[in-house]
Design a protein around this ligand. Structure first.
Ligand SMILES: [Cu+2]
Length: 94
């Protein structure tokens, strides 16, 4: 009986870890322009797999204004972008 519980616990743990890894995938990019007033960020990004987008330079909005404070133009970042309310939004920056 103890053995079964242990096995279930291990399976549950690996499922949790696997789910987390799949959900957050960071993409590399370079900040080329910061527009704090509009809460916008221009990034030259590598392929965005979750958005099915090839590498390009484009404008994103940021989920949180505070994210811009830690950035400067020319900085290389790793970030997560998602479509939020129809707008391409940077939701996380490493
Ligand atoms: Cu793009």
């Amino acid at each position: 009986m103890k053995m079964i519980i242990k096995t279930i616990a291990i399976i549950a743990m690996s499922l949790t870890l696997g789910g987390t890894a799949a959900a957050v995938e960071y993409t590399k990019g370079e900040v080329t322009k910061i527009d704090a007033k509009q809460k916008k960020l221009t990034i030259r990004h590598e392929e965005l797999k979750n958005l099915d987008m090839p590498p390009m330079k484009m404008v994103f909005v940021v989920a949180d204004e505070a994210m811009l404070e830690q950035l400067e133009e020319g900085q290389r970042i790793e970030f997560v972008a998602e479509k939020v309310n129809g707008r391409l939004t940077v939701t996380e920056i490493k």
